[in-house]
Design a protein around this ligand. Structure first.
Ligand code: PGA
Ligand code: ZN
Length: 419
């Protein structure tokens, strides 16, 4: 390696569009020997405790601040020193929620620098972040049907129904099984007496006008059919995204397809679904402040991952609180909820040390970037939630296929034991 080839020589940014057609920030980093670029994703059902995406004044102000305050400080730093880069971003920002430079700017810089380091070194991003002995790929956890804030009126209240091919022997076999469930569900929906024209929500999941009850029934049937066809176990779960249903004033979860539920009823409803459909995964079944409710559900649920997304927002302090109250046994990792790679890694490390399953996740507004595939592997996440169809979703799946091929005989799927 030529001396100095990982030193940052240029840092620039622009705005591009995400999968919902909203503007997002894209950062490019050049070293003498490499190049990296990253554009930030965006949430629709964001957690209250996530870092702020952009400063007051919005994305144009973020661009200005990047050019005036961030870029000059990056020049001359070594791209392989990720911790220094991320601490520099935190220092320049000076707040605890990136409200001055914007969490999405921090995210794009952090990822673009990591990529520039990896191309300078001539190794894949996941190896740059975690070493050459890393070889475990995650199981895909894919969104096949949904509603909530990701779809229109009449779609299920539950934001996501997700499937995972837990009996697959390779990532490719698993990804293909998920696609088959997605297709099978389409034909089941077409047989129903509902207006359905193949409409999909923000994450590529079918989004028909359908009750939650019917959704459970059809997803379960599709999973069963495909599981029989492929000859291995496929399981399903849900992301309730309950903070979107929660009405703080009246203290109830407001459903459009059924009766609203008091917190205790919500817990019973979820426990009922876990046992009726053998759900292996339930994300955000309760709103983002209810650590006690999460603890009760985690204690009572059998053989099921109870996962916190809006509850933890990838934040190590929120996770510590969850560990103390025994809330959840799994958590979602979305780096732009905290802004940096190092910040996300700290949360993943604590999660693993305390027996929580970390699940790497896309956002509903995505770009065609593929960093997610590398980070999920580098962080050792046994599940990756990144949709099944849609260009911005399939981009990540395809990158995982490439990595599986790159690893060749050394490739392994994650170890994940549930039930
Ligand atoms: P998002 O949430 O819309 O904020 O990306 C997706 C999710 O709840 O997992
Ligand atoms: Zn979620």
């Amino acid at each position: 390696m030529a001396e100095g080839s990982t030193i940052i020589e240029e840092a620039r940014c622009r705005t591009v569009f995400d999968s919902r057609g909203n503007e997002t920030i894209e950062v490019e980093i050049e070293t003498l020997g490499g190049f990296g670029s990253a554009a930030a994703p965006a949430g629709a059902s964001k957690g209250r405790w996530e870092v702020v995406s952009y400063p007051p004044g919005g994305i144009s102000e973020a661009v200005k601040r990047f050019r005036e305050q961030v870029a000059p400080e990056l020049i001359g730093l070594d791209a392989i020193q990720q911790e220094t880069i991320d601490r520099t971003l935190i220092r320049i920002d000076g707040t605890d929620n990136f409200s001055r430079i914007g969490g999405n700017v921090a995210y794009a810089v952090s990822l673009a620098v990591a990529e520039a380091a990896s191309t300078s070194l001539g190794i894949p991003l996941f190896q740059h972040l975690s070493g050459t002995l890393t070889r475990r790929l995650p199981f895909p956890l894919g969104n096949i049907l949904g509603g909530g804030k990701h779809a229109g009126k009449g779609a299920p209240d539950i934001q996501e129904f997700l499937v995972s091919p837990l009996g697959a022997k390779s990532f490719r076999e698993g990804a293909l099984a998920n696609i088959r469930v997605h297709k099978t569900l389409r034909s089941l929906l077409e047989k129903e007496d509902i207006p359905f024209f193949g409409g999909r929500g923000d994450e590529g999941a079918w989004a028909p006008a359908l009750s939650n009850e019917k959704a459970f029934e059809l997803v379960s049937k599709a999973v069963e059919l495909v599981s029989e066809e492929v000859g291995f176990k496929i399981r399903f779960g849900i992301d309730v995204a309950s903070s979107s249903l929660w009405d703080e004033k009246s203290g109830v979860y407001v459903y459009h397809h059924e009766r609203s539920k008091m917190p205790g009823e919500q817990i019973d409803y979820i426990l009922g679904k876990i046992s009726e459909y053998k759900l292996f995964y339930v994300e955000d079944p309760l709103h983002e402040e209810d650590f006690e409710g999460f603890a009760e559900l985690t204690r009572k649920a059998k053989d099921c991952l109870i996962c916190g997304d809006d509850l933890f927002v990838t934040n190590v302090h929120r996770l510590k609180k969850g560990i103390e109250s025994k809330s959840c046994n799994a958590l979602i990792i979305k780096p732009n909820q905290v802004g940096t790679i190092i910040g996300s890694k700290e949360t993943v490390d604590l999660a693993k040390a305390r027996g929580y399953v970390p699940i790497f996740s896309h956002r509903s507004g995505e770009t065609t970037d593929t960093h997610l595939a590398h980070l999920a592997i580098a962080f050792g996440c046994p599940l990756v939630k990144t949709g099944i169809l849609g260009g911005e979703r399939i981009a990540k799946i395809n990158e995982l296929l490439r990595i599986e091929e790159f690893l060749g005989e050394e490739a392994r799927l994650a170890e994940l034991r549930i039930g």
